[in-house]
Design a protein around this ligand. Structure first.
Ligand code: ASP
Length: 314
């Protein structure tokens, strides 16, 4: 029997235990991934995912998520969806109970309501305060990391200086959860859920729900998921690239490093991170801008293990 395990990005660390318990009970990788992602979605302290996610420029919290089944290559995703918390589960329903792979916006919300998901408010005191501080041009009062220059405009002012905006915010205004699991039947699954980049343009969709960009999983070769500036992973097709590299025989670490080199070719100072597993149970992680840790847990571990991702410099 294969040794089941689960890995996750920084925001999944606290919750990998929940997924591992499912794997330990001979549960599926898909269930382990979904349940772990749901736990992060419900955590109001995580401002990059689900409840308490930071709003877009129009003050709305909108979520993106995807899930992929490595056994069948089935996948489901939702994007730009409001007022539903467990978007990873809605993505799974899209995969399992619709003929489609991806639903967005109002259509995704309609589908969720028809499948029995309950509408809810995603903003919290903190996320509302964050938005108010942005509108009142006092983001710096929230902490030194937000001490950016002023001058960004709300949707109702109908003017965006997007380039400057992303340039200033790109390194510290986001968060996403990545979870990949391998179960005792040697099946793997991967999930990504996020509220996307902080104060994004309304309608913006990142890499997280785009199969091949932020998420890809194939039992035969491995799985990969991304965090960071989603636009880069979309342009690069990062998750699929990493899996394709593993298909050629590269281990997950080298495959992740190779894809981060490609990202450096797109942009001068990128901020992108990818984690991966291969079909033999090896793991890897790499990022463009610092050593980003990721977290590993199997049934023999006493506690969640921190693994170091490589910092791939230009
Ligand atoms: N990749 C996510 C996005 O672009 C954000 C993040 O990972 O922090 O929406």
């Amino acid at each position: 029997m294969v040794k089941p395990f689960i890995i996750g990005s920084e925001s999944a660390q606290k919750y990998l235990q929940i997924g591992l318990e499912i794997l330990g009970d001979r549960g599926t990788a898909l269930d382990a991934v979904e349940v772990t992602c749901r736990a992060v979605e419900a955590d109001p302290e995580d401002h990059g995912v689900g409840l308490g996610g930071i709003p877009n420029l129009a003050g709305q919290v909108t979520l993106d998520a995807s899930i992929m089944d490595g056994r069948t290559l089935n996948a489901g995703a939702v994007a730009d969806i409001k007022n539903y918390l467990h978007v990873i589960s809605i993505a799974r329903k899209v995969m399992e109970e619709s003929p489609h792979v991806m639903l967005v916006g109002e259509g995704a919300e309609l589908f969720a309501s028809q499948k029995g998901f309950k509408r809810t408010t995603l903003s919290t005191d903190y996320s509302r305060e964050f938005y108010r501080a942005f509108v009142e041009k006092r983001l710096h009062t929230l902490g030194p990391e937000y001490d950016v220059d002023i001058g960004y405009l709300r949707e109702d002012e109908q003017e965006y200086d997007m380039e400057t905006w992303y340039e200033k915010l790109k390194d510290h205004m986001r968060g996403t959860v990545n979870v990949i699991a391998l179960d005792s039947s040697s099946n793997m699954a991967s999930g990504v859920t996020t509220s996307g980049t902080y104060l994004k343009l309304p309608g913006r969709v990142g890499d997280s729900p785009i199969i091949g960009a932020g998420n890809y999983c194939d039992n035969r070769y491995g799985a990969a998921t991304c965090t960071g500036t989603g636009e880069l992973a979309i342009r690069n097709g990062t998750a699929r690239a990493v899996v394709a590299y593993m298909k050629t025989g590269m281990g997950p670490l080298r495959a992740c490093e190779e894809s981060m080199k490609e990202i450096h070719e797109i942009l001068e100072t990128p901020s992108m991170n990818v984690i991966a597993i291969d079909a033999f149970g090896n793991t890897g992680g790499a990022a463009t801008h610092r050593e980003v840790p990721y977290y590993y847990y199997d049934l023999d571990c006493v506690d969640v293990e921190t693994r170091k991702g490589t910092w791939v410099r230009k």
